[in-house]
Design a protein around this ligand. Structure first.
Ligand code: C2E
Ligand code: CA
Ligand code: CA
Ligand code: CA
Length: 282
């Protein structure tokens, strides 16, 4: 038994060692990816239920690794946050997406029922940094994008980890004329008072509540509460992760106006999103 214990320990150790090596290699790769801009932005449509039309896009980053192929953000964002590379990555995505949305707006804007909006994800770590408002300002200027069509998505914990810094940064962001959106709403923080304290414009109900809304009464109650809260606080509510017609029927019956999810579209490449806009503007 003792022998076995020892060898197990050895295996465990070897595994940790391998993982550490892999992480180090990945970090080197990620630095290079930032230098060479190996990132791509895909765009998931946000649908306005009144018109059933695309009213905007959420920009989502992908890493096209030369050896490993497409890597999804869940696999590299945590490392990017630990290494501080997230500032450069978020900023690249922001710049590219602002330029892209402006191009689409110029080409298709007059033929759509309203202006296209752009949602951008900002990591909580990045949000707490004083450089963010300046980066947003520059991205808006360089793309000539109208600030009121930009929504910055942040999580509840990004706000609540350091509320007084958050308050200051939000003030600067709002002064630029952009909108602020709470992402993954309902998962991060138990108190709702921050919705009043901070100048929030949009709330995205987390996918976990939508996915079992068909048969989970608690999720139904939560979703209902968020919609009525939105009504009384003047917030725009987006339901994310809508996958089934039944979910959609429930959401519509509760007064939901904006949805995002695989029932409508997966995140699209620039080419795919462009063809979608061509069709929508015919
Ligand atoms: P998120 O901001 O909550 O983004 C939504 C995620 O859910 C996306 O995954 C999207 O592809 C996926 N999704 C959308 N509709 C559905 C659906 O109907 N069903 C299911 N099962 N999934 C759906 P993705 O693109 O892999 O992104 C994962 C997370 O990575 C994002 O979650 C966000 O937190 C982060 N992320 C993505 N892009 C960026 C970025 O540019 N900067 C930062 N800081 N984070 C990013
Ligand atoms: Ca998001
Ligand atoms: Ca989300
Ligand atoms: Ca998320």
């Amino acid at each position: 038994a003792k022998e076995l214990g020892k060898s197990r320990f050895k295996v465990f150790n070897q595994k940790m060692h391998d993982q550490a090596l892999m992480l180090m290699a990945l970090e080197t790769d990620l630095r290079r990816a930032v230098d060479l801009n190996e990132f791509e932005v895909v765009y998931q449509p946000i649908i306005c239920l009144e018109t059933r039309e695309v009213c905007g896009f959420e920009a989502l980053v992908r890493w096209r690794h030369p050896k490993h192929g497409m890597i999804s953000p869940d696999q590299f964002i945590p490392l990017a946050e630990d290494t501080g590379l997230i500032y450069a990555i978020d900023s690249l995505v922001l710049r590219n997406a602002c330029l892209q949305i402006t191009e689409w707006q110029n080409r298709f804007g007059t033929m759509l029922s309203g202006p296209l909006t752009l949602n951008i994800n900002v990591s909580g770590k990045h949000f707490g940094q004083s450089m963010l408002p300046g980066q947003v300002k520059r991205a808006l200027e360089d793309s000539s994008m109208a600030p009121e069509h930009l929504n910055l998505e942040i999580t509840e914990s990004a706000l609540m980890d350091n509320p007084s810094i958050a308050e200051d940064i939000l003030k600067q962001l709002k002064n630029l004329g952009i909108h602020v959106c709470i992402d993954d709403f309902g998962t991060g923080y138990s108190s709702l008072s921050y919705l009043q304290r901070f100048p929030i414009d949009v709330v995205k109900v987390d996918r976990s509540f939508i996915s079992d809304v068909e048969d989970n009464l608690d999720s139904q109650a939560i979703v209902r509460t968020v919609f009525s809260l939105g009504e009384s606080l003047g917030l725009k509510i987006v339901a994310e992760g809508v996958e089934t017609p039944k979910q959609l029927i429930f959401l519509e019956s509760e007064g939901c106006r904006y949805v995002q999810g695989f029932l409508f579209y997966k995140p699209l490449s620039v080419e795919e999103a462009t063809s979608l806009l061509v069709k929508a503007s015919m």
